[in-house]
Design a protein around this ligand. Structure first.
Ligand code: ADP
Length: 453
């Protein structure tokens, strides 16, 4: 493939150069020919006029017919032409080539010249009175290229040939260099693609310039980065999952071993602790299942126009007992106006539910959680604000990542696995929406979900 691209490019450049040169040579020669003929015709015309003037002068001074014939022959010989003079009755009265006319060859030659259009006729005036017609035929290589003109043309053609060869050489060189550069870049890309194919996602191709190959290289590099990120994420996820599973499992195992060794009594309190760990395990498995569902984009999402106010009201009613129990005030602010958005009712319910549970988890008793709906241009959505502990700025960029907890020890007490917000993000994005967060440590957080109308 490499060879064929390089060869084809060089061949194309050379063919183009050869074609261009042939066309230029042809057009130049045609133009030279045409201009030369024009020039020849105009010089002939001028010469003819001078001949007619000289004849008129000589005739006006002539004293005998012999003198007229002699003058005609003289002018004809000196100008390289055959001059024939006719009177008003079209009778031939003088011919500069009388001798030649008598030979057959001469007649043939003259007919040929006449057919070629080299014979010109002019009226002959003496003392402003027309006395007849002069016919002038140019002898020799009339209308053809003269020696000098031929030399000129040859020089032009030779120059063009030399220039042409130079251009072909340059075209071949340029084609070769260009194609080599191109194939080198393609080779780089192929090498990187092969590495990626073998699973080495750190492979990148050099991006040089801004042309289509550079764009392709950039796209490839972006794809490689994405693959690298995904692989790292997958590895991290596997590590995180095993870690998350190990913690409650170890606890359960320790309890059971202690029961068996009679170090601990399997009384209600201890069994409750074991049950708590199994709940943690079950919760984790549920969360993982939900995350997997959320990530599965090809599952059915039915985007419909929803009434946000009713959805918020429904979800608030569902979680209100939780808030009441903990002594947190739950406030709904919908501004009294009905707001609609395009979303999947079930998924959006889960999003709001997760955000409300988080607000409940991270807000102390006596605090307040507010759900407010909004609509802005072609967007609508809701915010969930709390007066809880807030999130340190350094953690904000990561809280939507799987298993990320701003405060692991605290999350453990709240039973969080660090998957809730990852699920929320997946669901919101699956519905074509966006989520962002603002938080002030010690004062509270506001999560904002924006959807299409
Ligand atoms: P978790 O199950 O630990 O709550 P999430 O994915 O829901 O996991 O949240 C990730 C982390 O973001 C939490 O561990 C917590 O540190 C932080 N977080 C989420 N919501 C809030 C909130 N409303 N207030 C303060 N911190 C929050």
């Amino acid at each position: 493939m490499k060879k064929s691209i390089s060869h084809r490019l060089t061949l194309a450049m050379v063919t183009l150069a050869v074609g261009g040169i042939i066309l230029t040579a042809l057009l130049t020669n045609l133009a030279l020919d045409w201009n030369f003929r024009r020039y020849l015709r105009s010089t002939q015309e001028a010469q003819n006029r001078r001949i007619v003037e000289t004849l008129a002068e000589l005739y006006s001074e002539a004293t005998s017919w012999l003198a007229v014939t002699r003058s005609t022959r003289h002018v004809g010989t000196t100008t390289g032409t055959q001059i024939r003079v006719f009177d008003m009755q079209n009778q031939l009265i003088a011919d500069s080539l009388t001798g030649m006319m008598q030979s057959m060859q001469g007649r043939h030659w003259q007919r040929a010249q006449e057919q070629r259009g080299n014979t010109y006729s002019y009226p002959l005036f003496i003392n402003e009175q027309r006395i007849g017609t002069v016919e002038i035929t140019h002898l020799g290589q009339v209308g053809l290229w003269s020696g000098e003109a031929l030399f000129f043309r040859r020089t032009v053609n030779q120059t063009m040939l030399v220039t042409g060869l130079g251009i072909i050489l340059i075209a071949a060189l340029a084609g070769n260099i260009l194609s080599r550069r191109m194939t080198r870049r393609l080779e780089n890309m192929t090498e990187a693609a092969e590495k990626l194919g073998r699973g080495d996602f750190s492979a990148r191709t050099a991006v040089d310039g801004e042309d289509e190959l550079a764009v392709l290289g950039e796209t490839m590099n972006r794809m490689a980065s994405r693959l690298e990120e995904q692989t790292a994420l997958r590895k991290k996820l596997t590590g995180d999952i095993s870690h998350e599973l190990r913690t409650p499992l170890t606890a359960i195992q320790s309890f059971i071993e202690a029961f068996l060794d009679s170090v601990m009594h399997a009384d209600e309190e201890n069994l409750q602790a074991v049950l708590g760990e199994t709940h943690r395990l079950a919760q984790l498995v549920n969360d993982l299942q939900e995350l997997s569902n959320a990530e599965c984009r090809d599952r059915d999402i039915s985007l419909n126009i929803l009434n946000l106010n009713s959805l918020v009201a429904l979800e608030a009613e569902r979680t209100r007992p939780l808030f009441r129990q903990k002594g947190i005030e739950l406030v709904i602010e919908d501004g009294g106006q009905s707001i609609e958005c395009r979303a999947d009712e079930l998924l959006l319910g889960r999003v709001l539910g997760n955000l409300l549970v988080n607000a409940w988890k991270y807000t102390p008793a006596g605090g307040r959680v507010t759900v407010a709906t909004f609509s802005q241009d072609d967007r609508a959505g809701f915010t969930v604000s709390d007066t809880g502990e807030g999130i340190e700025e350094e953690h904000l960029p990561y809280i939507f990542e799987r298993f990320y907890r701003a405060d692991p020890s605290r999350s453990r007490t709240t039973g969080g696995s660090g998957i809730g917000l990852a699920i929320v993000l997946e669901l919101v994005q699956a519905m074509g929406g966006a989520i962002d967060v603002e938080s002030t440590p010690g004062q509270g957080s506001t999560f904002r979900v924006t959807l299409q109308v």
